[in-house]
Design a binder for this molecule. Structure first.
Ligand code: BYC
Length: 320
């Protein structure tokens, strides 16, 4: 064993013990390359999801039914832009640049959450997204507040607080619609029918097929497995649907006395992978829209960079 290999083995042992002790890894700490890589993958995917996630709802800002609804929706979509920015910043602390992450998203190399590739044809979709998608996001993200990487864990605290407001605004829309006219109730039920299974799939493949879960849990990046998070979400949401007076689109959904949880029907994983691989109903539209926003913003990036370069040049001259 040469000196360098021994150092890495010792550092690896230090790292494992450190995270097992629930201590946070900070940007300048030593970390295994694979840990860094996994975090860059997960955090940048998460950031991309927030940014792409603005599109399905942004679609309704100009058509929100009242001023109050418009203000709530505007605030939610702006929060999502903010989440994207915290998360890109958290990923940058791992040595990847914003430009590299933009390229990853726009080239189709990087993933973003499958859920944002479905259309939002009615106002009830805005309710269903807040209730189900943000509900699923909170279920997934609360444990991430205890992630072993400090900048990601800290970003998650604020994100979760804001997601909690998003979930409530969505649920309140569903409550009003489901207790409104027959047509409004029908819209709410239709939105639930379309969003339920994609929301259940948001948690990722089942544990036996999840490529990264075991290692990510050992590193205390992920704290709860995909299936356990999915179960938490199902158990919580079934009761909320009951209160709305809506029917879950799953004839096999039933309470399992022995397990103390709801059982759900078979998940159509082929649909999930189709969407993840870029062939969902809106994948192309979402990326094309993002590409256009990126191109339209080029002059802003150029101006900001020119300004920053000028300041650096002035500071260097003054220091000389
Ligand atoms: N969609 O081994 P696995 C939001 C991929 S945004 C697409 O289990 P991992 C919001 C996975 O990446 C919510 N791909 O992976 C915004 C991997 O492929 P790669 C976003 C998925 O990473 C606006 C492969 O499948 N939340 O809150 O251990 C409005 C195998 O999976 C998906 C986050 O990003 C999916 N759903 O676990 C409203 C949370 N699932 O990378 C709301 C942070 C899996 O090897 N991320 N894949 O090519 C995570 O917690 C984890 O990354 C996941 C997946 C649970 C998503």
């Amino acid at each position: 064993m040469n000196e360098t290999t021994r150092d890495v083995v010792e550092l690896g042992q230090w790292f494992d013990a450190y995270v097992a002790d629930e201590k946070k890894i900070e940007p300048k700490d030593w970390m295994p390359d694979a840990y860094r890589k996994t975090l860059v993958r997960q955090i940048s995917q998460h950031a991309h999801s927030e940014v792409i996630g603005m599109q399905p709802e942004g679609n309704w800002i100009t058509r929100a039914p009242t001023l109050r609804r418009k203000a709530g929706l505007l605030a939610k979509v702006q929060d999502e832009a903010g989440h994207g920015l915290y998360l890109y910043s958290a990923a940058e602390t791992l040595g990847v640049s914003r430009g590299q992450m933009d390229d990853g998203l726009l080239s189709g190399k990087d993933k973003y959450s499958s859920i944002f590739n479905y259309p939002t044809p009615t106002w009830a979709d805005i309710g269903a997204i807040g209730w189900l998608v943000d509900g699923a996001a909170i279920t997934n993200q609360i444990p991430l507040c205890r992630c072993s990487y400090g900048p990601y864990a800290r970003a998650m605290i604020r994100v979760c607080k804001e997601e909690s407001f998003h979930q409530r605004q969505g649920y309140e829309i569903m409550l009003r619609l489901s207790h409104g006219t027959a047509e409004q109730k029908r819209m709410a039920q239709d939105a639930l029918n379309r969003w339920w299974w994609p929301a259940v799939m948001m948690f990722g493949p089942s544990d036996k097929d999840s490529a990264h879960s075991a290692q990510s849990m050992a590193w205390r990046i992920k704290r709860v497995s995909n299936d356990d998070l999915r179960q938490r979400f199902v158990d919580m949401t079934v009761k909320q649907a009951d209160y709305l007076g809506l029917t879950m689109p799953d004839p096999d959904l039933k309470w399992n006395e022995e397990r103390g949880h709801y059982d759900i029907g078979e998940i159509d994983w082929s649909d999930f992978w189709k969407v993840v691989k870029g062939n969902g109903p809106c994948n192309r539209q979402r990326l094309a829209h993002r590409q256009k926003a990126h191109d339209d913003g080029e002059w802003v990036r150029d101006a900001a960079l020119a300004h920053a370069n000028k300041r650096v040049a002035r500071a260097t001259r003054d220091a000389a």
